[in-house]
Design a protein around this ligand. Sequence first.
Ligand code: C2R
Length: 178
Amino acid sequence: MPRNNSKTTNRSGHVTGVRTKPLVAVIMGSKSDWETMRAASDTLKNFDIAHESRVMSAHRTPQLAADFADNADSRGLEVIIAAAGGAAHLAGVMAAHTTLPVLGVPMTSALNGLDSLLSTVQMPGGIPVGTLAIGKAGATNAALLAIAILANKRPELKAKLREFRVEQEKKIKETTLY
Ligand code: C2R
């Protein structure tokens, strides 16, 4: 697919990047997860990673979720980030339908996200889901981990990731509390 420098918007109307061919998919079980998952999208945007953000559910739209994961590899996606809360089966179902790396982000829930965490992380041996922290930290780190995966074959991205760490360290060292 040709490079396209015009901004693209997804079905929810969110600007998703400056290329049409996404490398990372940020999938969430409900639009109510977006407030948290925006952190993943923003982090990917900061690294200029073409990505798409979409709502689909292993429970409520099972066929769509299965088809999405089945076709992800052939569409050129390299990493799937899947966020869900409560009985969080989305990341596991994604992982069952693709050999692409799937990063699961447990959403906060009626049980403070513990149910989401356990149902995302406790996969049976053979179908891995790389599970991040509950909530916004997990959303940010899922994006950073996706970038680290992409960076293995993209030296310029690895350099950006190192630069990010240096900046982060600098900011913390410069922090004053009064
Ligand atoms: P609503 O706010 O739409 O009622 O959703 C969503 O991720 C959300 O956190 C409540 C929660 O249900 C979750 N959900 C799942 C799945 N689909 C939706 N856990 C799934 O397929 O695992």
